[in-house]
Write a protein that binds this ligand. Structure first.
Ligand SMILES: [Zn+2]
Length: 310
């Protein structure tokens, strides 16, 4: 069984302005990195638009409407918070990003792919139920998790997040629901300020492994091996969803962790092993951050190579 690669050209049309790190060139770099012969086996699919039903499992209808009704004229932009904005193409990009994550779930649940990577933007893990935040409009991974429960009847779904930033939005959406698990390693202190080790959810279903600025790949691996992976093994998810951010790389300009490219291969193998132990191998990966274009491309290539090898 193969691996699905889900994306859409509309994700390039979310225009954040000339100097914004969360730019369309990120996605171009990711897709270029997946062009080589070794990636020919990927099943390439276009991300569908998320539906209102899918979005409102996470976000109130009034919030969804506030995003979808907010379509500036070409060339104009509307700020949603200090570093999050909407251009003429943002609403469709956000619908494709969430829809791509949902389609990735359907791919592994229908069984025509064992794993799926949604190469989409805008990212999602900072978006709160009622608030766009930190480059994120809709909570893509949480929408995928809720879809897996609602359409496929899964009892337990985990989102595992190795982005350098804490996924405050995903955590908040999952916090009071013991059928969902959120595990995250992240730089701390750092944006957005949440993710202390004491934030544990209602049933130990949230596990945070904060890492100090300057932490290396060895510390990152220890945090996963000692803290997050044992906890997710106890939770025993029926589907693993990965919030795949590559901004913990030492070359990334937005934070100060010191991961090497190889560390992203290691974590991918660990998460595949979790999926193998509990979830019949089903793993969905959704792109989050990663802002050094070369490091992002190399890290994504290693991530997807590991998915293909599994
Ligand atoms: Zn990030």
């Amino acid at each position: 069984m193969s691996v699905a690669l889900i994306t859409h050209p509309a994700c390039l049309e979310h225009d954040t302005g000339p100097w914004h790190p969360e730019c369309a060139d990120r996605l171009r770099s990711v897709l270029r990195a997946l062009e080589g012969e070794e990636f020919l086996p990927l099943l390439r699919e276009l991300a569908p638009l998320a539906t209102a039903e899918q979005l409102t499992r996470v976000h109130p209808a009034a919030y969804v409407a506030s995003i979808l009704d907010n379509r500036p004229e070409p060339g104009e932009s509307v700020p949603l918070d200090a570093d999050t904005m909407m251009s003429a193409g943002s609403a469709e990009a956000a619908l494709r990003a969430a829809g791509g994550a949902v389609h990735a779930v359907d791919a592994v649940m229908e069984g025509w792919a064992r794993a799926a990577f949604a190469a989409v933007r805008p990212p999602g893990h900072h978006a709160e139920r009622n608030q766009a935040m930190g480059f994120c409009l809709f909570s893509n991974a949480a929408i995928a998790a809720r879809h897996a429960q609602a359409r496929w009847g899964l009892a337990r779904v985990a989102v595992l997040d190795f982005d350098v930033h804490h996924g405050n939005g995903t955590q908040d959406i999952f916090f009071a629901d013991p059928t969902l698990f959120y595990g995250s390693s992240h730089q701390f202190p750092c944006y957005p300020g949440t993710g202390a080790a004491g934030e544990r959810g209602v049933a130990g279903n949230v596990v945070n492994a904060p890492l100090p600025p300057g932490a290396t790949g060895a510390q990152f691996r220890a945090a996963w091996a000692d803290i997050i992976l044992p906890a997710v093994d106890r939770f025993a998810p029926e589907l693993v969803i990965v919030s795949a951010g590559f901004d913990a790389h030492k070359a990334d300009p937005l934070a100060q962790l010191r991961l090497e490219t190889a560390d992203f291969g290691w974590i991918t193998e660990q998460l595949l092993a979790v999926a193998g132990r509990h979830a019949k191998g089903r793993l969905v990966s959704v792109l989050e951050g990663g802002y050094d274009l070369d490091a992002l491309a190399a890290s994504v290539a290693l991530h997807v190579r590991a998915l293909l090898r599994a």
